[in-house]
Design a protein around this ligand. Structure first.
Ligand code: AP5
Ligand code: ZN
Length: 214
């Protein structure tokens, strides 16, 4: 099964990716997590990406397309994969098509901007795994600690409100056009386009996903 998750920053892509990964046994390819790992490791890519990410902007299409092409060619992607945060521009979607990478499902989470701004203030993440929590809506078992490892949870540097608003603006300009793009792809072929109301509780969205993905 090959899936693309589409939605604004904070729409719940990473949260539902955890559910899908566990249920269907396919690897999550989160370009955001890959970039954050590079930042942490201090690689040249990480040094280049950090400034751009902290400012809430997008890194270059060229760089991201290279990363994803390399990742989907790995053995564990043979049985399928879950793209979280890619593609997020028309050129990135075109690059997938040009490289013959098609998908079974495009899954969109629809959440209004004001709900997102409220959510991001409470997000906590486990940097090692990318696991995502919320202080109120999806709390860890022990406050401030990852459920699996017990490591400390952190606040993402790009979750400051002004940066979130900038990321939302970029989403509407550069990523939202992919909704029409993939609706058209779905009408023409074997890809199914599914939209979910992402304002519902985490478990409700997961249950609807399981029903539609089969
Ligand atoms: P990335 O890490 O992909 O960030 P994003 O797309 O902005 O999405 P988020 O991770 O912020 O949100 P999410 O939808 O995963 O929501 P989550 O599940 O965490 O990218 C970061 C940066 O990297 C970009 O800004 C860019 O610079 C760069 N980058 C990455 N990919 C790129 C690309 N392809 N091209 C160029 N640049 C790229 O949920 C959010 C919060 O809400 C959590 O606290 C969660 O617990 C809570 N929550 C989730 N669901 C619910 C619910 N149903 N009800 C209540 N709370 C909920
Ligand atoms: Zn995410």
């Amino acid at each position: 099964m090959r899936i693309i998750l589409l939605g604004a920053p904070g729409a719940g892509k990473g949260t539902q990716a955890q559910f899908i990964m566990n249920k269907y046994g396919i690897p999550q390819i989160s370009t955001g997590d890959m970039l954050r790992a590079a930042v942490k490791a201090g690689t040249p890519l990480g040094l280049e990406a950090k400034k751009v990410m902290d400012a809430g902007q997008l890194v270059s299409d060229e760089l991201i397309i290279g990363l994803v092409k390399e990742r989907v060619a790995q053995d564990d992607c043979e049985k399928g994969f879950l793209l979280d945060g890619f593609p997020r521009t028309i050129p990135q979607a075109d690059a997938m098509a040009e490289n013959g990478i098609d998908v079974d499902f495009v899954v969109e989470f629809d959440v209004p901007d004001d709900v997102i701004v409220d959510r991001m203030g409470g997000r906590r993440v486990h940097p090692g795994s990318g696991r995502v929590y919320h202080t109120v809506y999806n709390p860890p078992k022990v406050e401030g600690k990852d459920d699996v490892t017990g490591d400390d949870l952190v606040i993402r540097p790009d979750d400051e409100e002004s940066t979130v608003r900038k990321r939302l603006g970029i989403y509407h300009d550069q990523t939202a056009p992919l909704i029409a793009y993939y609706t058209k792809v779905a009408a023409a072929g074997n890809t199914q386009y599914l939209t979910f109301d992402g304002t519902q509780a985490v478990e409700t969205v997961s249950a609807e996903l399981a029903e539609k993905l089969g």
